[in-house]
Design a protein around this ligand. Sequence first.
Ligand SMILES: Cc1cc2nc3c(=O)[nH]c(=O)nc-3n(C[C@H](O)[C@H](O)[C@H](O)COP(=O)(O)O)c2cc1C
Ligand code: SF4
Length: 693
Amino acid sequence: MRRYRYLMSPLNVGSITWKNRIFKTAAGSNMMVGSNGYVSEVLKQYYWSFARGGAGCIFVESPDIDFPLGMPVPTWLRLDDDKFIPGFRELVDGIHRYGAKACIQFWHAGPWHLKIFTGLAPLAPSPHCEPEIKFLFPPTTCEELSIERIEIITDKFIQAAERARIAGFDGVDVNCGANHLLGSFMSRFWNYRTDLYGYDSLENRSRFTVNIIRGIKKRCGNDFNVGVLMNGTEYNMRDLGNTREECVEFARIFEAAGADSFQIRPYQYMNITCYWPEQFFYPEKKDDMPKGMDFSRRGPGAFIPDADAVKKAISKPVFTPGRWNGDLDYAEECIKHGLIDAIGITRGLNADPELPNKIRDGRVDEIRPCTACLTCLEGHYLPKPTYTYCRINPFMGKDMEYESYPEARQKKNVLVAGGGPAGMEAARTAAMRGHKVTLYSGDNFLGGLMPMAAMVKGDYPENFQDIIDWYGLQLKKLGVKVITGEKVTPELVGKLKPDAVVVATGAAERSSSVPGYDNSKVMDSQSLIEKMRTALKFSKPSHLGKITRLWIPIGSSAVIMGGGIRGLQLAAFLVKRGRKVAVVEEMETFGQGGLVTTMWILCNWLRKKGCTLLPQVTYEEINDKGLVITDKHGQRRTIEAESILPLEPLVKDESLAKKLEGVVREIYTAGSCNTPGLIRDATNEGFKVGMAL
Ligand SMILES: Cc1cc2nc3c(=O)[nH]c(=O)nc-3n(C[C@H](O)[C@H](O)[C@H](O)COP(=O)(O)O)c2cc1C
Ligand code: SF4
């Protein structure tokens, strides 16, 4: 607690006092999917978990205040009608019960509205169209707002704030950042108007937001907090992006209009991951790092220069988000030295809602680490939107199904076979519930394939070692006996006589029938993994990663057979080590099994680095020259390469579970041994098995 004295100190914001300087930033959770815009039970539980975990204030995600044009899609939360108030009231009551304050963000999609869902043109200050706004889908022309329509929307913001007040919220946060509606009016890039809301002065550009702030204060009362979330410096907009100086001037204007707090985030147009500063290092440090951000800590604190400039110019509290869970010490420093007043966190709290309580109680080493994988974004990009989920916090979104970690009715001796994420999570959850657990890892280390993946992917921004270390510590604290370097066999189980065995031994490699597979050029993934396994007995993944920059048993040119997540990651590893790489894939798209966002970034990066990506190929044969394929145009050709690396999707392997039938009464399988998948699938399955025991 003393170490984070400033972070844990109270903060006055407008008419309210937060108990500490950590707030949950507003972030779309999709937890209302299927609830027709009403607050769902799972959404309430989701936000209550942050309040229970000790955050000083919860900024609830934005509802649609101008349905259906106010949001990109018509399936989000709504607060455009009084009928939605009761659900929000229950949500707010729950947040207050835990001593946290509750605010709600309001933004209007403007150009971000997707016409494909409603047939309605998105709204904007000026009639933008493709290719100017590259994310319009389908390509369409935005409707230029008339002054009358601007006034109607202004009133909708104010009415929604009145509803928020009735629901019990302590305030609203007006999001005029990014380049949705309010932000695009403030921009010289998007706003071509010449009227009262035109581009020619800061007053005109900010008039829309100013009228909203003033209107809310007038109709909801001065004690109802109005915060502003705004862009700091804007990048990638030729010379028309807002400068830091303009951002400071806007903040002064909003303060004069009555705003109680400011959240500042720089913005980089056409960079879908610009709000996650560590992603500027994925898959390697970008060439065009924005000059005005502070990347000295590779993410945490990157937005401080803009936030600090605003802080110096105004008297109200200033906040900024951005990977703070990666450097809490620096967060403490920034608050101590008055650069900002509080930090906003989303992903760190998704990974561990108890983060603030753990800081308060001096249990920082117990904070479950967010690994910056962006899996939590995925729910938004899937064809059928799903609840947001976290790769390493399987509890997220499941409070409805499970009540905390209920004590097991019958305490059992549980043997977990496998030290990967599924096995570790099953062991952890089972031990939390009071079972006596022993975990066997066939490797000399914990983590299953994660250390190999860590070596291939490097240690930034994702660091698998953090997950392994966290599980290692948790298992130790929970009294789980961990035995490494010993495989589980029916004989061992017969000897130990556990009540239940959880088989989490991972998937198997798929064997290939391509003629010439036995050619000496081929290094199949099993032998690659075995080599890494041996090396990992003596060295940490990060160290091995460095050694492989000097030497790897792979020729100067390589073909990777299989463009799924593993194939692309291996390609990046080889490209970074100077290899000429081609990735061939039988299917139409690359990156199967990976996240839409990161796979898209990775494919672009690989192409930029000269890597060839060939989809829809048929494998013909492997010969001494390389791999012979028929490409998608039906042409037979040889891709010459010194090494050929087949990385086909993994297949399930339940052989141990089958062998154990009749040896032990209860057998469970978890993770890739029954359904090959990602870490999020493995932890999810391990958790469910741990709960079922
Ligand atoms: C799934 C997801 C959805 C988000 N949606 C919003 C949003 O609707 N409004 C917003 O202002 N920020 C949104 N954000 C950005 C977060 O509020 C925050 O600024 C960002 O995640 C950086 O903080 P972090 O590093 O603590 O996650 C979203 C972030 C995530 C991960
Ligand atoms: S899904 Fe990944 S990025 Fe998102 S909170 Fe969890 S660990 Fe962090």
